[in-house]
Ligand binder design. Structure first.
Ligand SMILES: [Zn+2]
Ligand SMILES: [Zn+2]
Ligand SMILES: [Zn+2]
Length: 311
């Protein structure tokens, strides 16, 4: 192993840190499945294979969430940052591998992605400009669609068609503890964000959100945990499963509240038109389609402005 195979990572707040070596085959899969979206609130997550023999948490204890009979995920209980995915009791899970969320790595730009998985679950507006092999579900040498185990969490059932009325937008976290519905008067402004704060707070490779006001959004079920990700912004996530749900500027006079794309039941119902902080983006992450690129956040003080990674 060379030094470049050694990676360290952790969450934004620094409460949990880990290190490990890239697995020998250096697999790194962009996953577009609903469970991964709902487990962290990002647009999509990239799982980087680390050898489990080399892996350990070097600081702090993550929260663990059993997202199905076959897998356990870990995240920071303070800031909500997704950290790892580990096959447990899965005879077909790749042996000796623990998957790290790329957004949690300290040097994510050094990872070379290898595949797209669960590409069939992706909203149509999300198309990456690359030539990587795309699989509709899991990597075929791990399991076919028919073999995919039924998750134990009840809200991973297919989304009912009735949840997508034109005048409301519904969403919630993976474990089902927190649900919301938002009044949608028109197409809400929506952005993707490539900044390092969004990556480290969610573990996702790409973050995105759509803008509402506090009065538009009603939460049912439990209350999310809140985390001040900078002097300017507060985020909220589920303390049980780690899903990031909201983003807001603490000094926003307009009472803005942005809902994360990953937590939405139907992310295809919104359409991001702006990419923020593309200057901080990963070198291989280019989206197809018509989007306005902002090298940093917006100058105007809107809820989609974005945090400066240096603030
Ligand atoms: Zn943290
Ligand atoms: Zn949850
Ligand atoms: Zn961001």
């Amino acid at each position: 192993m060379t030094d470049s195979a050694h990676h360290e990572g952790g969450c934004l707040c620094g409460a949990v840190r880990y290190h490990g070596q890239l697995a020998p085959d250096q697999t790194a899969t962009h996953c577009f499945c609903r469970m991964c979206r709902k487990a962290n609130g990002g647009v999509f997550v990239t799982w980087v294979a680390l050898s489990s023999a080399s892996f350990s948490f070097s600081h702090g204890d993550p929260h663990r969430f059993r997202s199905s009979d076959l897998a356990e995920r870990s995240f920071c209980g303070t800031c909500g940052g997704a950290l790892t995915f580990h096959s447990i009791g899965d005879p077909k899970g790749p042996p000796g591998v623990i998957w790290a969320a790329l957004g949690s790595l300290d040097r994510p730009e050094e990872i070379v992605p290898t595949h797209h998985i669960f590409a069939a679950d992706k909203p149509a507006w999300l198309e990456l400009d690359d030539n990587l092999p795309r699989y509709p579900s899991q990597l075929p040498w791990i399991r076919t669609q028919d073999e995919l185990a039924r998750p134990t969490v009840s809200n991973d059932d297919p989304v009912p068609v009735s949840s997508g009325k034109d005048d409301t937008l519904e969403g919630g976290c993976l474990c089902g503890a927190i649900h919301y519905h938002a009044i949608r008067k028109s197409s809400p402004p929506a952005t993707t964000c490539h900044c390092s704060i969004c990556r480290k707070t969610t573990g996702a490779t790409l973050f995105g959100s759509a803008d509402f006001t506090v009065a538009d959004v009603t939460f049912t079920g439990g209350q999310p945990r809140r985390y001040r990700s900078s002097g300017k912004a507060e985020r909220a996530f589920c303390g049980t499963c780690g899903c990031h749900l909201t983003f807001r500027f603490v000094d926003d006079p307009g009472d803005g509240l942005s809902l994360t794309i990953g937590s939405m039941d139907r992310p295809e119902a919104i359409r991001p038109t702006v990419q923020l902080f593309v200057a901080d983006g990963l070198p291989w992450l280019r989206l197809k389609g018509d989007m306005t690129d902002w090298p940093q956040g917006r100058q105007a003080n809107t809820a989609a402005q974005g945090e400066s990674p240096t603030s």
